[in-house]
Design a protein around this ligand. Structure first.
Ligand code: SDX
Length: 398
């Protein structure tokens, strides 16, 4: 792996969190998960193994990997009342809204996860109980997401098939094509599993910060995850993959790109899928997503919007407005096109980001709980309001 950056003291003072989960070098476009390069993990690993690595810090051995997968797959079922809750949402409820509500509701089905019942520091003492939450949440995440999708298209929920792999089972529960005994194409299973690895973790992004902040009050992990998922839902974060496709549909054709670029320069619009707070040269994940995209297109056929996307990317990369602001394609620029080619509705895309990011959120939650100096997060503020002043009764107000 590349040499780690030497942090200058000024940075160390501003850094809010010290963590061993992942390393992002924005200048050199490096992303490591527990020291392993994202490119190597994509080549040699799979999502469940990467989830184990992120949470426990080491790649599992054969026995650990088999046990991890088996236990996660036995936790894919939902309580019938959770299914009923999901069926009670409006037919056109956004899948992320359904997911956020339902994952929070899971804490009410597992009293040991409810701090007010079990005692807030239960997770600090009972590692076995803690591990059980990881397997439950990772296992149930795909079923919750599949239910949200099925509800969205007005179809009955499919039960998990625990004999299948994690990602294949997810695609079967979705049954996008609505065919009887649907089996997803192996290339699509592999593609989605790779996208899960790419989206699993990214140090202190908005939603992971939310996970740590909420978790620092020692609330249960289900409630903390629902808060993190709410942060990811935003169009500036995990909602960007959905926003990119809406943007490309609105542009419509290559001929309309110059007008769109002009609107961006006038600040009327943002070029969604471009820019990043940390990556200022390139987001290594963007090219990895593009490699996956070509494989999916071979099976599903080329997505018509791809032509607009490639032309828009080239126009921006050769335009000083974007280059001078160090704006390059990020992980979200092409991922939406893959999901669209695979048949997912656009409002389902953020949920395809949230599912794998759960392992990153849990890894940070686990690391935070293990910190002997764990304290509730309470950022200080700089007050810029009024100095103390006397109250003005209504009779004296204008
Ligand atoms: C993710 O943090 C993470 O790691 C997140 C993530 C993860 O894995 O968790 O990587 C996932 O969220 C990726 C980002 C997805 N979001 C988008 O694609 C939405 C579009 N991107 C922008 O909203 C923006 O680039 C951000 C939010 C991603 C980053 O914003 P910054 O770092 O705060 O950048 P900035 O607002 O300081 O912008 C600097 C300049 C500004 O121009 P000036 O005011 O200096 O003239 O660049 C401009 C901005 O207006 N700018 C853009 C732009 N992004 C920044 N102009 C047009 N289009 C854009 N997308």
């Amino acid at each position: 792996a590349e040499g780690l950056r030497v942090y200058d003291p000024a940075f160390l003072n501003t850094a809010v969190v010290k963590s061993q989960v992942s390393y992002v070098d924005g200048e050199r476009g490096i992303l490591l998960y527990r020291g392993y390069r994202i490119e190597d993990l994509l080549k040699h690993s799979n999502y469940l193994e990467v989830a184990y690595l992120l949470i426990y810090g080491e790649l599992p051995d054969k026995l650990q990997a088999a046990g991890w997968e088996k236990q996660i797959m036995t936790h894919t079922y939902l309580h019938v009342k959770v299914n009923d809750l999901m069926k009670s949402f409006n037919y056109d409820a956004h899948p992320m809204g359904m997911f956020i509500s339902s994952i929070a509701a899971l804490s009410t089905f597992h009293p040991e996860a409810n701090p007010s019942l079990a005692g807030a520091n239960i997770f600090l003492q009972d590692v076995k109980l803690c591990n059980k939450q990881f397997k439950r949440i990772i296992g149930k995440a795909t079923t919750l997401a599949a239910n949200a999708y099925r509800h969205r298209i007005g179809r009955e929920f499919n039960s998990p098939q625990n004999g299948l792999g994690y990602t294949e089972n997810f695609l079967c529960m979705l049954d996008c094509l609505g065919e009887a005994d649907y089996r997803p194409h192996p290339v699509l299973v592999d593609a989605l599993d790779k996208l899960f690895i790419i989206h699993a973790e990214h140090e202190m992004n908005c939603s992971t910060t939310a996970m740590r902040l909420i978790g620092s009050s020692l609330v249960d992990p289900y409630s903390a995850i629902s808060g993190a998922a709410a942060a990811l839902y935003g169009p500036l974060h995990g909602g960007a993959n959905e926003a990119v496709v809406h943007m490309l549909e609105e542009i419509g054709s290559v001929e309309n790109i110059p007008d769109f670029i002009a609107q961006v320069k006038n600040r009327e619009k943002k070029l969604m899928g471009f820019g990043h707070r940390v990556y200022k040269n390139f987001d290594p994940r963007a090219s990895l997503v593009r490699d996956v995209l070509y494989k999916v297109f071979e099976v599903c056929g080329q997505e018509p919007l791809m032509k607009v996307a490639v032309a828009l990317e080239q126009a921006a990369l050769n335009d000083d407005y974007f280059v001078s602001r160090r704006l390059y394609p990020n992980v979200d620029f092409y991922s939406g096109l893959i999901y669209k080619a695979m048949g997912f509705p656009t409002d389902f895309f953020p949920l395809l980001f949230a599912i794998p990011r759960i392992s990153g959120w849990l890894a940070h939650w686990n690391e935070m709980l293990a910190d002997p100096d764990l304290k509730i997060w309470r950022p200080r503020q700089v007050y810029t309001g009024e100095a103390a002043r006397p109250f003005v009764p209504m009779s004296e107000r204008p």
